[in-house]
Design a protein around this ligand. Structure first.
Ligand code: CO
Ligand code: ZN
Length: 327
């Protein structure tokens, strides 16, 4: 059964890249009774281990979400900002944002001249106050904010923010809670700073030095009217990645995941993403190289405040990850 309460908690928790403390604490609280060992590395990666003498396996899902960082506060109290992660300026006007301390703002746009392009430099945040003391006290450059939007579910799907990659964190949490009996030495990594270039995965891959690695992250779909030509759809099951811009899945891992899906009657589909990358990118080129792959969750509207995924796809991903932990 899909655990809506856990998914909502993960989605609602504040944690843009480089500011993962709150989401890390939430996840520790969730898994502390299930891991044999929990460590936090110097960059902030959360590493939960299920000990064994066998094969060393690394699973990775990133904790961070995309957001904005304040770059300037003007005399009237309007804030200018820069992206933290891949955001499209065109999709921002009108959106509500929330800071770590709960303060909010709405993204507004300067009037554009004819044919002028909408860029982030034309946007500003109105934090709903004319009180200069309040602004000065509560907003400084370097502060970060994230989308504010409500979690919503239908019978089969979820709309929420930061499904990228809190749904991946959800899958790792469910897998560690249902970890199979095995000799494998399994490291569940909740990584930092994926959205700004998989920086956490780079150090975690190096320090763990695994025999095999699987990242768990969202991927785009080709089943909407927006015209991406892609062979992945909501409800099609766990997506086994074959390629993206950071990785060509190692044949060993592709075959392993495919065989496990077939053997355990897990619904799956193959995925080729023609843009983007995941934690598996830096991990597979770590040290002498690590055979790596990705289990992807088909997700619409990536990097917006309303990402949409299918609950049964997530459950298939959980089953596949558990099977991989025991193989
Ligand atoms: Co992302
Ligand atoms: Zn992601």
């Amino acid at each position: 059964m899909f655990n809506s309460e856990l998914m909502k908690k993960l989605s609602d928790c504040f944690g843009p890249s480089g500011r993962e403390k709150m989401i890390r604490e939430l996840i520790i609280d969730e898994i502390k009774d299930y891991a044999d060992e929990i460590t936090i590395d110097p960059l902030g990666n959360l590493i939960a281990r299920k000990k064994g003498d066998g094969k060393k396996i690394l699973f990775s899902a990133h904790m961070d979400q995309i957001g904005l960082m304040v770059t300037h506060v003007d005399e009237k109290g309007f804030l200018r900002f820069a992206n933290v992660g891949g955001l499209n300026a065109k999709e921002l006007p009108g959106l509500r944002m929330v800071f770590a301390d709960g303060h909010e703002g709405v993204i507004c746009c300067e009037e554009l001249k004819e044919n002028e392009k909408l860029t982030t430099s034309k946007l500003f945040l109105d934090v709903a106050s004319t009180d200069k003391e309040f602004i000065k006290k509560n907003f400084r450059i370097g502060d970060m904010c994230v989308f504010k939007s409500d979690y919503y579910e239908t019978d089969d799907c979820v709309i929420c923010k930061a499904a990228d990659d809190r749904v991946g964190c959800y899958i790792l949490i469910e897998a560690i809670k249902n970890h199979p009996s095995t000799d494998n030495d399994v490291y569940y990594v909740f990584s930092v700073q994926e959205e700004v270039g998989c920086r956490g995965a780079k150090t975690a891959g190096y320090s763990i030095d695994p025999d095999i690695a699987v990242a768990v992250d969202v991927t785009a779909t080709g089943d909407t009217p927006d015209g991406i030509k892609m062979d992945v759809k909501l409800g099609g099951g766990a997506a086994i990645k074959l390629k993206d811009n950071s990785l060509i899945t190692h044949p060993l891992v592709k075959d392993l995941l495919t065989d496990l899906a077939e053997k355990n009657k897990i619904k799956y589909q193959y995925e080729i993403l023609e843009f983007g990358g995941t934690d598996a990118g830096p991990i597979h080129t770590s040290r002498e190289g690590v055979p790596s792959g990705v289990i992807s969750i088909p997700t619409r509207n990536l990097h917006t405040s309303g990402e949409i995924f299918n609950k049964s796809d997530v459950e298939e991903c959980v089953k596949l990850l558990i099977a991989a932990a025991g193989e």
